[in-house]
Design a protein around this ligand. Structure first.
Ligand SMILES: *[C@@H]1O[C@H](CO)[C@@H](O)[C@H](O)[C@H]1NC(C)=O
Ligand SMILES: *[C@@H]1O[C@H](CO)[C@@H](O)[C@H](O)[C@H]1NC(C)=O
Ligand SMILES: *[C@@H]1O[C@H](CO)[C@@H](O)[C@H](O)[C@H]1NC(C)=O
Ligand SMILES: *[C@@H]1O[C@H](CO)[C@@H](O)[C@H](O)[C@H]1NC(C)=O
Ligand SMILES: *[C@@H]1O[C@H](CO)[C@@H](O)[C@H](O)[C@H]1NC(C)=O
Ligand SMILES: *[C@@H]1O[C@H](CO)[C@@H](O)[C@H](O)[C@H]1NC(C)=O
Length: 344
């Protein structure tokens, strides 16, 4: 009998030991939102990195940008997925996410980075300004993030996500304009993932079609995930040029989706799922392109010269007019006499 209960105790202990690592206590902050008590101001309570260093997104503006000639074009490999190689589109309660094949890679970031997933951030119909990164304080309508992990160092994205040099994200700014058939390869399937937890297989297509024109022009900086747990492990590439989608396409994002399960009695619309820009103290953003910056430097130069000219003209006039008024104050009769004498 004692032998048997000892055995039972040992088995129980084994079961407990075995179960502990595979079912860790649920993370407290697993419930996070963009609004309300679990909104971004409170993310750092359960996810300390959100209140930490190197946070994203940021505002990209003149005095933090530095041209860097070593930022060459990126190469996109394995992007030409065929239609019979389906992707899985999911509503994860925070965004819509497309799982990407691991054989999709970027080259040109030093290490090799394989693809993990892509997802979007957007605003709402009345205020369609939901990009995460801003340029000179300006929001775009939406933003696409294509997430990669460092496959030289790590086996998958979840392992890589909190490690140094773990992730790389390509960010595409989206503005309202003409209709974009490539984005419709995702958007046309949104009605199938209206509610949290739903997923659908969609025909494969070339993700490269989602990139803007001249992808060799980009901003580059070290930052973080823009959602909890906000790990500061992301090498960001924000393309300079936006892509356009139509108003009707944007509305598919802004009106069709919910953060809640299909049977939730109080459905929450999936809108404004973007994080506010973060402080960017003592960091620099490298830029791969020179024209824009050269142009703004030139414009600033021209403006500077104009101001100097305007001020000089004004000073000169003031001097002249003050001389005139001086003249008025002074009795100047002799000079006039002299003048008339000279003329004579
Ligand atoms: C979750 O919160 C409870 C109460 O605030 C706390 O006792 C517990 O340790 C927390 N768990 C984790 C994993 O942070
Ligand atoms: C953060 O959480 C506290 C306590 O849960 C809540 O009182 C407060 O309103 C929240 N802050 C925001 C900005 O929602
Ligand atoms: C240019 O960027 C690289 C990283 O891509 C960095 O190591 C280097 O210091 C930068 N050069 C300058 C002049 O800032
Ligand atoms: C993708 O392109 C490569 C090289 O251009 C080609 O070898 C491969 O068969 C293509 N794959 C698909 C799925 O089209
Ligand atoms: C990354 O992609 C390459 C090329 O398709 C593949 O050979 C490699 O196995 C992938 N790495 C991982 C960790 O999946
Ligand atoms: C990532 O890799 C680790 C270690 O190989 C493995 O335990 C884990 O299940 C993998 N996660 C995913 C999502 O594939």
């Amino acid at each position: 009998m004692p032998g048997r209960s000892l055995h039972a105790a040992a088995v129980l202990l084994l079961v407990i030991l075995k179960q502990q690592p595979s079912s860790p206590a649920p993370l407290n902050g697993s419930k996070w939102t963009y609004f309300g008590p679990d909104g971004e101001k409170n993310w750092s309570k359960n996810y300390p990195s959100c209140g930490g260093l190197l946070q994203s997104p940021i505002d990209l503006h003149g005095d933090i940008l530095q041209y860097n000639a070593s930022l060459g074009p990126l190469a996109f490999q394995g992007y030409n997925a065929s239609a019979n190689q389906p992707f899985i589109l999911t509503n994860n309660g925070h965004s819509v996410k497309l799982k990407l094949p691991k054989d999709m890679q970027i080259q040109g970031l030093g290490a090799r980075y394989n693809a993990s997933q892509l997802h979007l951030h957007w605003g709402d119909r009345n205020d369609p300004h939901g990009s995460e990164h801003t340029i000179g304080g300006k929001h775009f309508a939406a933003e696409l993030h294509i997430v990669y992990y460092n496959s030289d160092l790590y086996p998958n994205a979840s392992i890589a996500s909190d490690k140094p040099e773990g992730l790389a994200v390509l960010a595409v700014l989206i503005e309202m304009g003409s209709s974009n058939p490539s984005y419709d390869k995702i958007f046309s399937h949104l009605p199938d993932v209206k509610y949290k937890g739903q997923e659908v297989h969609i025909p494969g297509f070339s993700i490269e079609e989602l990139l803007p024109e001249r992808p060799e022009q980009y901003y580059r900086y070290k930052g973080s995930l823009t959602t909890p747990p906000c790990h500061p492990s992301v090498l960001w590439t924000v393309f300079r040029n936006p892509v356009q989608v139509s108003r009707a396409q944007l509305v598919k994002l802004e009106e069709g989706l919910y953060c809640t399960n299909v049977d939730d009695p109080s459905p929450i619309e999936m809108v404004n799922n973007f994080r506010q820009v973060q402080k960017f103290d003592e960091r620099l953003v490298y830029v791969s392109f020179q024209q824009g910056i050269a142009l703004s430097v030139a414009l600033a130069g021209v403006l500077g010269i104009c101001i100097v000219l305007a001020v000089s003209v004004w000073l000169f006039r003031r001097k002249k007019s003050s001389k005139k008024s001086d003249n008025k104050g002074v009795i100047y009769k002799p000079a006039t006499t002299q003048e008339s004498e000279a003329h004579a």
